[in-house]
Design a protein around this ligand. Structure first.
Ligand code: SAH
Ligand code: SF4
Length: 381
């Protein structure tokens, strides 16, 4: 058996791993033992699995492997934020960011290399789509982050207490692999993270929100960014397919299924003079009137040639106050890891663009440079 045909055990959920052991003529309980070695102890070598006999270890070595994505670089910011660039099987690179906060550590995980949805203010979207990450490549990001805080094979200190699927890519466009990885995150044999502390963020792939509700119970975040369809069609093109009313209905259904006081997180990237005016706040209040939610405002994080600007602190505070006065719970996301380009929407990786969108984007830029209109005029039309 060649290396390429070995089964990668890193991305298998407990039932899948039980099935694997059965398929090689072994007992199902081996799955629990091996999962603990992989996820609790960060082990990638069957030899270190001391409660597994030599014969089985050899059998496993012949037909299986434990392989995370290759680490290309690891940066640590002055504020403790860590960023990894990892290479996935398609050859593209994606980014993972760890953000330490008092009493918790949040890992921002990527689900795709690039993204096909092309939101106008997102650098990942500007790179086009290359590939879906496998379940092993997704959970592998949690595995790598935790391992960086402990010594293998000693039991690893769980540095990652929260996971947000807010890195590169649209998680609902890579449904099966994202669901499997989130199941491992929540499994006690995996990372034992509670369902409230695993959050999937979506730009609004409405039918898949319903599918998600059928198979898993995690927290949901909707990237709203505009309070009316006309503006949202421009900022978040998937809105043309699933307009606000359809997406919000799906979110309401998802949240009501969860019961027990769970709420939707509404993410809203504030773009200067585009969606940050009092009229937008007023429309948002009306739109979210009957949606149990908390609102997270994300001041735009600039990247070259984006064509957008971050609003002033006063404008951000004014927007927050208006929502707050209407009774909303509103937070403003602070930028972390600025010195290592680890902020939301700045994750660039190194995507081999199958859609050739980045080439078109560059062409538009050059056209813009020659004709010398402002960058914003180029990108906002
Ligand atoms: N595809 C998913 C998750 C990844 S993006 C989604 O869109 O929800 C995570 C969040 O960062 C989203 O709310 C996204 O809109 C926001 N974002 C993207 N680019 C940004 C930028 N340049 N500045 C601030 N937030 C940005
Ligand atoms: Fe994709 Fe999310 Fe970026 Fe939109 S904001 S392009 S859905 S990663």
């Amino acid at each position: 058996m060649t290396a390429t045909t070995k089964v990668n055990l890193l991305g298998l959920t407990q039932p899948q791993l039980e099935g694997f052991f059965e398929s090689i003529g072994e007992k199902r309980f081996r799955a629990g033992q091996v999962m603990k070695w992989i996820h609790h102890f960060g082990v990638d070598d069957f030899e270190a699995m001391s409660n597994i006999g030599k014969a089985l270890r050899e059998k496993l070595r012949a037909c299986a492997e434990i392989r995370g994505p290759e680490i290309v670089s690891q940066d640590i910011s002055s504020d403790g934020t860590r960023k990894w660039v990892v290479r996935v099987a398609s050859g593209s690179c994606v980014e993972t960011v760890y953000i330490p906060q008092a009493g918790r550590g949040t890992l921002c995980v990527s689900s795709q290399a690039g993204c096909s949805l092309d939101c106008s203010f997102c650098s990942t979207g500007k790179q086009g789509f290359n590939s879906d990450l496998t379940a092993a490549e997704i959970i592998g990001q949690v595995w790598i982050a935790n391992k960086s805080f402990g010594t293998v094979p000693a039991k690893i200190d769980r540095a990652v207490t929260n996971v947000v699927m807010m890195g590169m890519g649209e998680p609902l466009m890579n449904f099966d692999n994202v669901v499997a990885a989130m199941q491992i995150m929540m499994d006690d044999l995996g990372y034992g993270i509670s369902k409230r502390k695993v959050t999937l963020s979506t730009s609004g792939v409405a039918p898949m929100i319903d599918e998600l509700g059928k198979v898993i119970d995690v927290s949901l975040a909707l990237s709203l960014h505009a309070p009316n369809d006309e503006l949202r069609n421009r900022l978040v093109p998937i809105n043309r397919k699933y307009p606000l009313a359809v997406v919000l209905d799906a979110c309401r259904r998802y949240i009501s299924r969860l019961g027990e006081k769970r709420v939707l997180t509404v993410e809203y990237t504030l773009l200067k003079d585009v969606n940050d005016q009092p009229e937008h706040a007023a429309q948002m209040i009306e739109l979210l009137r009957d949606v149990p939610c908390k609102i997270n405002l994300i001041p735009f994080n600039p990247f070259p040639f984006s064509g957008y600007e971050r609003p002033s602190n006063n404008a951000i505070r004014r927007f927050q106050d208006l929502l707050h006065q209407a009774g909303h719970n509103v937070t403003v996301r602070t930028t972390r890891g600025d010195d290592i380009d680890a902020a939301c929407g700045q994750l660039v990786g190194q995507v081999m663009d199958r859609t050739r969108r980045s080439e078109r984007h560059i062409a538009v830029r050059q056209l813009g440079d020659e004709a010398a209109p402002s960058a914003s005029a180029v990108n906002r039309t």
